[in-house]
Design a protein around this ligand. Structure first.
Ligand code: AMP
Length: 421
């Protein structure tokens, strides 16, 4: 036998049973995002490496260690997108979407790629619902985003989650904070891991991303960004907290939250689901008021978040009763032809219709109907054709009634039995 080829490490297949839940989460998200006026876009998954290096930051874990980058045959350095914000900003600038009201609030759903160590809740291809809002500096925009995320999580019946909130300030307040942090970390050099020793001088904020206990211990006494916020940033943060209180959205102030990307300013947040393991962050985001300009666009404030679908899905209760199919049990060639006409009419009326293409005995066809959890079976055999009546069997109660053989005439009864108008 030929050697079997399997998926690569950190990549996986989503099989039909699970895919149904993905569809449910995605369609619920589309519905809720629509209520807040967000429009869907689709972006390439491959972009120039420079886009990510310049936005996420050269010294972040994502860019330093986790990107799938390669030089293509034309000599360009390309990368599979590790997140969606950079691509959204590129698109916003490339198409000059500055003054179009409908394009200021955007979302996209799709796969992202990071070469992290795979474990429960962490994959190398994972999926995000990514939401971005361009052009609004006011804290109200952040409040709306968080409100939307909260509405979606509630609609999906996620029983328990925590919203962690922090402000990273602006350029003005970040610099003195960075200096203070550098000074603090200087004496702790020996206690830091090799990565953080390097980051200490290059990009000290990134030390907060470190998962190693030794570095976490050092940071316990570190200066906190919230003590360095300028008056405007303080007021912005206060306003946001006020709006969240108005919306009765509870939050946890977490001054250690920095998120692993360089582009954030002011508001940042993360949604944690306690008890689902080490990878408990199911969504994260924040404001990035300088990024559009950093990538060559006009100064445009922006804010956004991403939901990690792979982590969220196991926490979503199974969606309620799916539609159950109608099964056509067909015996003999004439019946097959009548059955095809029925199938056409039923499907045109939005009724999920199944046929067992093996066309075995009535018993085996009804077994198949049970297997598919059909609610009704429409049985057509030689007798039924002679009588010009088909048999409609309720698979739960086993009750049978007769319906006209002609689908145009019989449809109303079938719909009635399915509880449809
Ligand atoms: P980030 O872009 O790192 O802020 O991630 C946003 C969300 O995407 C996280 O809160 C996770 O839920 C999800 N996520 C990030 N990396 C992974 C991964 N490797 N596997 C699965 N989900 C991920």
């Amino acid at each position: 036998m030929a050697a079997r080829i399997q998926t690569i490490r950190g990549f996986r297949d989503i099989l039909p049973e699970e895919a149904h839940k993905w569809w449910y989460v995605e369609s619920t998200a589309r519905e809720i995002l629509g209520l807040f006026g967000f429009k869907e876009v689709r972006l390439p998954i491959l972009e120039q490496t420079a886009l990510f290096a310049r936005s996420i930051g050269e010294t972040t874990d994502i860019v330093e260690k986790e990107m799938y980058s390669f030089v293509d045959k034309g000599g360009d350095s390309l990368s599979l997108r590790p997140e969606a914000t950079a691509g959204m900003v590129r698109m916003f600038i490339q198409h000059s979407l500055y003054h179009q009201p409908l394009t200021a609030k955007l979302f996209t759903i799709g796969p992202m790629f990071r070469r992290e160590r795979p474990q429960k809740g962490r994959y190398r291809q994972f999926y995000q619902i990514d939401v971005e809002m361009f052009g609004f500096a006011h804290a109200l925009a952040d409040a709306e985003l968080i409100h939307m995320l909260d509405t979606l999580l509630k609609r999906l019946k996620i029983p328990v989650y925590e919203l962690h909130l922090n402000s990273l300030g602006c350029r003005k307040c970040r610099e003195p904070f960075k200096e203070a942090l550098k000074t603090f970390l200087k004496d702790k050099h020996e206690q830091l891991c090799p990565d953080c020793r390097r980051r200490r001088t290059l990009n000290p904020l990134r030390v907060f991303d470190c998962k190693k206990e030794q570095c976490k211990a050092v940071l316990k006494d570190a200066p906190l960004i919230t003590d360095y916020l300028c008056e405007e940033c303080k007021a912005h943060f206060l306003q946001l907290k006020g709006y969240l209180e108005e919306l009765k959205i509870s939050y946890v102030l977490n001054p250690y939250l920095v998120r692993g990307l360089d582009y954030y300013t002011r508001t940042i947040f993360e949604v944690i689901i306690p008890g689902i393991g080490a990878q408990s962050a199911v969504a994260g985001g924040g404001r990035y008021d300088n990024l559009v300009e950093m990538l060559g666009g006009r100064p445009t404030p922006a804010t956004g978040f991403a939901i990690g679908m792979d982590r969220l899905l196991p926490c979503v209760p199974e969606p309620e009763e799916k539609q159950r199919p109608l099964f056509l049990a067909l015996l003999g060639e004439e019946a097959v032809k009548v059955g095809l006409r029925w199938a056409k009419v039923l499907r045109a009326n939005g009724i999920w219709t199944e046929i067992d293409y093996r066309l075995g005995s009535l018993k085996s066809q009804l077994n198949r109907a049970n297997h598919l959890k059909a609610l009704l079976a429409l049985i057509i055999g030689e007798d039924e054709i002679k009588k010009d009546r088909a048999i409609l069997r309720n698979m739960d109660t086993k009750e049978q009634i007769e319906v006209p053989l002609n689908p145009e005439e019989g449809l109303a009864i079938v719909k009635q039995q399915l509880g449809r108008k």
